[in-house]
Design a protein around this ligand. Structure first.
Ligand SMILES: Cc1cc2nc3c(=O)[nH]c(=O)nc-3n(C[C@H](O)[C@H](O)[C@H](O)COP(=O)(O)O)c2cc1C
Length: 452
């Protein structure tokens, strides 16, 4: 029996970091941009392309530490070394775009909530309500070394801290009710202090008096996106997030995750629809399925094995992969204190697809733990439609394997195919990211508390 057609439409974001190519050899294709890490010009082009395609948002990943720096052979081939600080880059892009959502990754382990609340509030004002926060607790073990620490705190503690961090930010954004700033030149009253709320937070990890030094953001709070898949990460998503960014290699795993996080929203008094599930997808498209497959093989042939072992080891939470034979089955990797979910997910993927370590490296340098879809735009659209219609995702976060062409292909070939099927918008619904994603503007939490 055909699944009943959903009435909403697919949400689409583009994930980029550093060199902007998700594939570590993407920069080596002859027509690829190899200097994206430091080029505003290229970023402006990408943002305008995304807006031309009516995409929901540019999603900037970030890592504050540099992985594997002691391995100089791997480092020599690592295109992810130079990347701009997300708020600075998105601030520049806010002024050349009008509708595109601008999501920045910001860590809760190595920042102070006041700084992060202030930066997001500023960016939300600058962009007219288009920001999103990718709340992360840190994927890279080396992050700690730049912040006077020797290692990451264990996962459970990092998420405990993330819960408090997020609540403090929410309290700070709500420092002033909407309309508090009267700026009445006649009377000289600048702000209505009845609409001011001083947070006075004293918690386990943070002490923050408030108020924030800025009016409430146009969206109330930036769109809150949670990227993490372990047990405490799912709880954080269910309690506060507007969207969860997840890596699910198969439709079956994606459906199970979708049902799980949506079901968790009830205990926090929320509806499943309040939390959008956005699945990461790496695409290889071509005029024929064979051409797409050739692109996949060709890009792998351009990778360096030392660098790939280091990169994939990092994606699995800092596992030393050099100690395992390349052409034998993948060991039964376990999660660790850096990442709980990725290593077991990779081991499951390897067993299911019968991959040796070399096969896993090929799969991971291309698509990491995300879904990998190869084929013509029509074949890929079929697969995306199935994920959407069958309730495996509310939208997708695409990772272009090489820029600008893989991004252009998404906007010029795939998006029109989704539009023809009525699965994707032809005009933006609104001007803010919340309006386009279909997530409500939150009420001021101080007013909610006063009412209850
Ligand atoms: C899809 C996805 C994207 C992520 N993006 C980032 C990122 O850009 N920067 C970062 O430091 N951590 C990132 N993380 C790491 C998470 O914040 C988290 O620390 C890590 O995944 C460990 O928790 P988990 O086992 O719950 O996933 C990401 C995680 C996932 C699942």
């Amino acid at each position: 029996m055909m699944a009943e057609r959903r009435k909403d439409q697919i949400k689409v974001a583009i994930f980029m970091t550093g060199d902007a190519n998700y594939h570590s050899a993407g920069w080596r294709l002859p027509d690829a941009y190899a200097d994206v890490g430091t080029s505003l010009e290229h970023w402006i082009e990408f943002a305008k392309t995304m807006e031309r395609g009516k995409l929901d948002m540019l999603f900037l990943a970030d890592g504050i530490g540099t992985h594997g720096i002691d391995n100089l052979e791997g480092t020599r081939h690592n295109p992810k070394l130079d990347r701009m600080e997300p708020f600075t880059l998105l601030g520049a892009l806010a002024s050349v775009t009008t509708h595109l959502g601008l999501a920045a990754t910001a860590h809760t382990a190595y920042n102070e909530p006041y700084h992060i609340a202030r930066k997001f509030a500023s960016l939300d004002h600058l962009s007219g309500g288009r920001t999103g926060w990718n709340i992360v607790t840190g994927a890279n073990a080396e992050d700690a070394l730049n912040f006077s620490r020797e290692r990451h705190a264990p996962i459970a503690e990092r998420y405990d801290m993330a819960e408090e961090f997020t609540d403090v930010c929410i309290g700070l954004w709500d420092s002033y009710e909407d309309g508090a700033f009267l700026r009445d030149q006649e009377s000289g009253v600048y702000v209505d202090t009845d609409k001011l709320h001083v947070l006075n937070h004293k918690g386990k990890y943070f002490q923050v008096k408030g108020p924030l030094s800025l009016a409430r953001p146009p969206q109330g709070h930036p769109v809150l996106i949670q990227a993490g898949m372990s047990e405490p990460a799912r709880e954080l998503s269910a309690r506060v997030a507007d969207a969860v960014f997840t890596s699910q290699p198969t439709i079956e795993e994606a459906k199970a995750f979708y049902q799980d996080v949506k079901a968790r929203t009830a205990k926090y008094g929320r509806n499943p629809d309040d939390l959008k599930v956005l699945a990461g997808v790496v695409l290889f498209t071509g005029k024929t399925a064979d051409e797409a497959e050739e692109k996949y093989d060709h890009l792998f042939s351009l990778t360096n094995m030392t660098a790939s072992l280091s990169l994939v080891g990092q994606r699995l939470g800092g596992i030393d992969l050099t100690k395992y034979p390349l052409d034998e089955p993948v060991p039964d990797f376990q999660g660790n204190d850096v990442r709980a979910s990725n290593a077991p997910l990779a081991a499951r993927m390897a067993r299911r697809e019968n991959l040796t370590l070399r096969g896993l490296i090929k799969r991971y340098t291309a698509g990491g733990p995300h879904a990998l879809m190869k084929g013509t735009p029509k074949q890929v659209a079929d697969e995306l439609e199935q994920w959407f219609v069958e309730g495996a995702a509310d939208g997708f976060i695409f990772m272009p394997v090489s820029v600008p062409h893989a991004l252009d292909d998404i906007v010029d070939l795939l998006i029109p195919e989704l539009q023809r099927r009525g699965l994707f918008r032809t005009e933006y619904e609104g001007k803010t990211l919340r309006e386009n994603l279909g997530v409500a503007r939150p009420e001021n939490t101080f007013l909610v508390k006063a009412r209850n």
